[in-house]
Design a protein around this ligand. Structure first.
Ligand SMILES: *Cc1c(COP(=O)(O)O)cnc(C)c1O
Length: 477
């Protein structure tokens, strides 16, 4: 080896070793770290701000500097008492597989560029369909998250409902196409409306179906709206509401929609995983009859960011909506898979490795156990809080989500004030992290139990911290 090559090798070794030990240090101390960032965004910006670098900086200094500047602005989302939004914990096994993914530097666009990346996706796709008990013939696109999974699935839906009406949307676009009716619950996740916006279906021209107190579409309102739809139609349902964890009643909606020739798409970003857990699978009954399903790896499966899955029963519609062909790209033979045929991107990260690693590590039993444990912990937390005067659990805790109102018997504005002050107090104390959400006109605190790091002791400690914050707010008037 010449001197230059030897220097490169030792630099790589030093960098990778440094990063590995820094990451271990960070993760092993995560439980002791406050459950909130020390830096606000302006602080973090000040930590990074600098003129455009003119000269280079030695590699080790760059990495050291990155750690110094970023650390105070990191949110301990992988910590055991993080209950904000719906965020998984980037399990160490997934992270380790993801490090290799980066180090291997594979382009998972096609199977020639990386046979291993394509194969890991093919095998993981089969495992996912099996665990979630979805049609085994469905095709799976490995995307960045449920937002893009919703987009991909709805692109397939758009393609197929228009093809049946004699229109080739891939070639001819939407101008002059038969109109598509889109039925969606009034409490659907905001990212589904984004997907509709990207697809030219419009976030505002949809038919919104009235929802009940848990955010589920009302069956009577749904049936009435569906009966009025003539021609191409897409129905969008939800498995696991962001606030309540509630599921639309798929055993009712799916057969009705399909009888009318509508495509049914399910947004199941985290809730779809209930189907991998025998004790909760009843929540998702009938979902297998739908046409497409979006879910995340980076929520309940605990893969690192970013990772989601777009699953489509009609693999031809899926490919039609996503495929770009070019002469310099290799063709595919019988039984071969090019991952890019099922996603918008060509060059892309090999997400199959982390997915494969997490599924292999947890196994069917491990996934089921984790999901059930989180649901039981959510119930425990809700029960601990519900016993306290002035606290109301707003949702039926059927899954892992809990929403809490402080001062529920006060006038709305006062209850909002008490709820927001309690949330602020909890965030300042930083024993746990939870955020606020507006639910059906009133502020609530939302708790999502979805981290593989969370134990029963963390739940009990968090309940105590919430009760203490509430008592302080209440007594300070
Ligand atoms: C998180 C979530 C999404 C969006 O998923 P991303 O992974 O953030 O893109 C969509 N729908 C629901 C119900 C969600 O919880």
């Amino acid at each position: 080896m010449d001197r230059r090559k030897a220097a490169d090798v030792s630099l790589t070794n030093v960098l990778f070793d440094t990063v590995a030990s820094e990451a271990s240090r960070y993760r092993s101390g995560i439980g002791q770290r406050p459950q909130r960032p020390e830096h606000t965004y302006p602080d973090a910006l000040a930590a990074f701000a600098a003129p455009t670098p003119e000269a280079g900086t030695p590699a080790e200094d760059v990495i050291h500097d990155l750690v110094q500047r970023a650390s105070p602005g990191l949110h301990a989302t992988t910590g055991p008492r993080f209950f904000g939004w719906v965020i998984g914990a980037s399990h160490p096994v997934g992270v380790a597989a993801d490090w290799l993914t980066s180090a291997w530097g594979q382009n998972a666009g096609n199977h020639t560029a990386s046979p291993a990346a394509a194969a890991a996706e093919t095998v993981s796709a089969g495992w996912l369909l099996d665990l979630l008990d979805l049609p085994r013939e469905a095709s799976v696109g490995f995307v960045t998250g449920a937002t893009v999974a919703n987009f991909v699935c709805l692109a397939a839906a758009r393609s197929e409902v228009l093809r049946r009406a004699g229109w080739d949307v891939e070639r001819s676009g939407l101008f002059g196409a038969p109109p598509i009716h889109v039925l969606i619950g009034d409490e659907a996740h905001t990212t589904v409306f984004s997907a509709l916006q990207f697809l030219g279906l419009g976030s505002g021209r949809v038919i919104r179906i009235e929802a009940d107190s848990q955010g589920r579409m009302r069956p009577d309102a749904f049936a009435r709206a569906l009966a009025r739809c003539q021609g191409p139609a897409i129905v969008i349902t939800q498995a696991g509401h962001l606030n309540t964890g509630a599921f639309d009643d798929h055993s009712v909606f799916v057969p009705q929609a399909r009888a009318q020739g509508a495509w049914v798409h399910v947004d199941g970003a985290f809730g779809l995983w209930a189907r991998a857990c025998p004790a909760r699978a009843h929540l998702g009954a009938g979902i297998e009859g739908a046409d497409s399903w979006a879910t995340d790896g980076h929520k309940w499966l605990q893969t690192p960011y970013d990772c989601g899955y777009a699953m489509v029963r009609d693999a031809d519609a899926h490919r039609r909506a996503m495929t770009s062909a070019a002469s310099y790209l290799p063709g595919i033979g019988e039984g071969e898979r090019d991952p890019s045929h099922y996603v918008p991107e060509l060059s892309r990260r090999a997400r199959g490795f982390a997915t494969w690693a997490m599924l292999r590590h947890l196994g069917r039993e491990g996934v089921a156990r984790m999901v059930e444990e989180h649901c039981l912990l959510a119930q425990r937390l809700a029960e601990r809080l519900a016993g306290e005067p002035g606290i109301r659990i707003v949702n039926d805790v059927v899954l892992n989500q809990v929403i809490v109102r402080f001062g529920p018997d006060e006038p709305v504005a006062d209850g909002d004030g008490l709820t927001l002050r309690t949330i602020r107090r909890i965030q300042e104390d930083a024993t746990l992290f939870a955020g606020g959400a507006k639910w059906q006109g009133e502020w609530v605190m939302r708790l999502s139990v979805i981290s593989a790091a969370t134990t029963q002791a963390d739940i009990d400690r968090s309940a105590e911290a919430i009760l203490t914050a509430w008592r302080d707010v209440r007594s300070s008037g």
